[in-house]
Write a protein that binds this ligand. Sequence first.
Ligand code: HEM
Length: 529
Amino acid sequence: MAAHAGDARVLGAMCDAGVLWAALGAVAALVSYRVIYALYFSPLRHIPGPLLARTTRTYLEAAAVCGRLAEHGRQIGERYGDIAVCQPNSVCITDPADIRKVLSSPLCVKGDYYALLRFTGVDNMISMTHSESVSKRRRMLGPFFSTSYVGKMEPLIAQYGSKAIVQRWDALLAQSADGSATVNYGLTFGLCTFNIISRLVYGQEVAALDLTSDSESLRWIHRSNTYLSLRALLQLFPRPVFHAAKWPFDHMYHQIADYIYGSIDARRRLLAALGVDDQRPADLLQALLDCEDAGSRVRLSSEEIHAESLLLMIGGVDPTAFTLIWTVHLLMLYPECYRRAVREVRGALPPGGSAEITYAAARGALPYLEACIQESMRLVPVASVMIPRTVLAPGLTLRGHHLPPGTTVFANMYGSHMSPRYWADPRRFDPARFLEPGSRRAHCVFTFGYGSRICLGKHMAWTNMLTIMATLLRRYDFALPAGYSRTGPAVIDPATGYPKIMPMSQFLSRKPADQDADCRVTISRASTG
Ligand code: HEM
């Protein structure tokens, strides 16, 4: 008996070892296949790039999930040049001319990646990939993002943006004994852009106008945005992992969905009560209700309005707020740029008159301030640091390499913005580079994307950012708070030789890692001297 039991154990151990060896053998065969294919048979084999990137998608996806995508792109661009393999069937490109070519080519369209952004299961403007549906939706929505419709929304934009901040900061200064107050501009910009977009998209106020309170609304925004971003990224994992991981947070999604459907119903009731066309509110909710396909005269369904509302909130709030935050932060690190921007604003639009500055007054009158915002978007592009497109038949030739249909081309935005091949001193915040005579530098900044899928809200974002920055620089003097030493003009980053940028975290957007610690300035009334 004992001998039999011993035999069974030996046999069992041999079987286990056999299974293990078989599994190891299968893995080795798979790895060898991938390496041999990548090196000898892949149509991308002549393009430079790391071996790991040629053999597994995980190489790039891990960088995205760990929030290192921007830096990863920069390193690939620096090490391997203008075109490099970054995934088995994918390349990334850094030359601005190539990026413009790809993002405006009808042969390069959005592919599978964009399904990650189908937040509600129904397509929205950004997740759409089918060319005809895209052109149709852009034709429907485009007029509501034009200069003239954004102009109609400007009173609301000012009410929840520059006016609200002035009201709050003036009140703080009035209470202060020494005429100065320290404010958290991260919180201020987060709340005011949320207030602007939510008023425009939901047709009602969500957060209080008190821009200093760390209100429940702000926590709700961050929780729901984080949840939606997380949900987008989790789709990179196998389905069971995706469902298990998102399940505990699903109630948050239902909360937002209920809120949006409630807003649509409330607006429909209001319209029925108004009955008169010219009294319709001018905002994005009305735009979503009114837009129709010129041919079929079909309008968006409630589900489509819901999907677009979520996209506009996620796409509109964080990128605008974070761009404002990075612009103020960079101006504080480069005092000569701050002083020049202030001189320009106060020279062109002297204090006095209305507290807030309109877009019509600021646009064109403040080239240096515009350049500061542009340069901030180059140095710290807040979203989509690698923009993917899929090549259609018959393929595309870039830098002498034929990319067959099905290849993914990533526009390596951050790699391009940081490349010394295209930018002198790329790590330095230098707004004046955009003012050089005949400069076409702005065409090499891809923070809003480029081509047929360029950001639909670009004009609205510029209206928000320029009016807020101009109003604040005209009315207040800014200084880093006394005793703050984590960053500043004299705190040099040894890696770049320039003032150290505050630590950032990147999920879908690149934002300050510790807003409470790093996004504070001391404000006082604008000095006239
Ligand atoms: C500084 C602020 C903003 C930045 C940096 C930004 C950035 C971008 C980028 C890079 C894309 C293109 C993504 C791609 O091609 O893969 C995009 C698309 C889009 N953005 Fe923005 N955005 C900003 C503000 C806004 C605002 C305020 C809105 C509207 C309220 C908005 C609505 C959209 C929409 C609807 C699309 C999809 C367009 C399409 O796919 O055809 N964005 N944005």
